[in-house]
Design a protein around this ligand. Structure first.
Ligand code: SF4
Length: 209
C-alpha cells in the first residue's frame, strides 16, 4: 500500500472513535478544490512513502489509545492491495473507516462483501450533469450512482459528503445532490477550505468574499 501520510491520533475523523488516519498516495480525480494536492500523484519518490511495516508498528505501539484506522486519500480504492491492507488492520484489532470518491464500485463491493469496513464515507461531489467540473476529469457517473446504491444498501454505517464550493456549486446544485442520496442515508455538507485548493483561482476567489 502506498501511504503518503499518517496522523497518529484523531478525535474527529472517525465518528465516535479515536483513530489513526492513513493518507494513501495517488488519486484518479483532480478536484479543483482539493486541499490534499500533495497526495494526488501516485508517482512520488519511494522515500516519501511510509513503509507498511512501519505503519503497522506505529499502530501497535498505540493500540491502547486507538479504536480504529481511517483509510483516506488520495483515493484508497485505486490501490490493488487495499483489501489485504484493510484485512490486516482488522486482524490487528482495529475498526476500519474507509473514505472514497466512489469511482471504483467493484472495489467497494468486494470490501463490503468481505466485511472489511466498519464505516464508509463517500463524497458525492456534484449533480451528475456537472460532475466532471468538480472532479477535474471525465467521470463515468454510472459508477458514482452504482457506488451510492451499494453503500446505501449495505448494512455498514455510512455517510455521503459534499464539499460546498460556492464558486462551483449553486444552492440549486446542492439541492440536486441531495436528491441523489437515498432516503435513510446521512448526507453531510462540508466547509470548503480555500487556502490550499488545487486550483489557484479558487484560493483567490475565496479571498474576495
Ligand atoms: S478531493 Fe478529489 S482530487 Fe483530492 S483526494 Fe479527494 S477525490 Fe482526489
Amino acid at each position: 500500500m502506498r501511504i503518503g501520510g499518517l496522523n497518529k491520533f484523531s478525535l474527529s475523523d472517525f465518528p465516535g472513535r479515536t483513530a489513526a488516519v492513513a493518507f494513501t498516495q495517488g488519486c484518479n480525480f483532480r478536484c479543483p478544490y482539493c486541499h490534499n494536492g500533495s497526495l494526488i500523484s501516485a508517482d512520488v519518490f519511494e522515500f516519501c512513502l511510509i513503509p507498511e511495516e512501519e505503519f503497522f508498528e506505529i499502530l501497535q505501539s498505540r493500540n491502547k489509545r486507538l479504536d480504529g484506522v481511517v483509510v483516506t486519500g488520495g483515493e484508497p480504492t485505486i490501490q490493488a492491495d487495499l483489501p489485504e491492507f484493510l484485512a490486516r488492520i482488522k486482524s490487528e484489532g482495529f475498526l476500519v473507516k474507509l473514505d472514497t470518491n466512489g469511482s471504483q464500485p467493484h472495489v467497494l463491493r468486494a470490501v463490503l462483501q468481505d466485511g472489511l469496513v466498519d464505516f464508509i464515507a463517500m463524497d458525492v461531489k456534484a449533480p451528475l450533469r456537472i460532475y466532471d467540473r468538480l472532479t477535474g476529469v471525465r467521470t463515468p457517473t454510472s459508477q458514482i450512482l452504482e457506488s451510492i446504491e451499494l453503500i446505501a444498501r449495505s448494512k455498514v454505517i455510512h455517510e455521503f459528503r459534499t464539499t460546498v464550493v460556492k464558486a462551483l456549486l449553486s444552492p440549486r446544485d446542492i439541492d440536486s445532490i441531495g436528491k441523489l442520496i437515498p432516503s435513510g442515508s446521512a448526507h453531510r455538507l462540508q466547509k470548503f477550505c480555500p487556502q490550499h485548493a488545487l486550483d489557484p483561482a479558487l484560493r483567490t476567489r475565496a479571498k474576495e468574499h
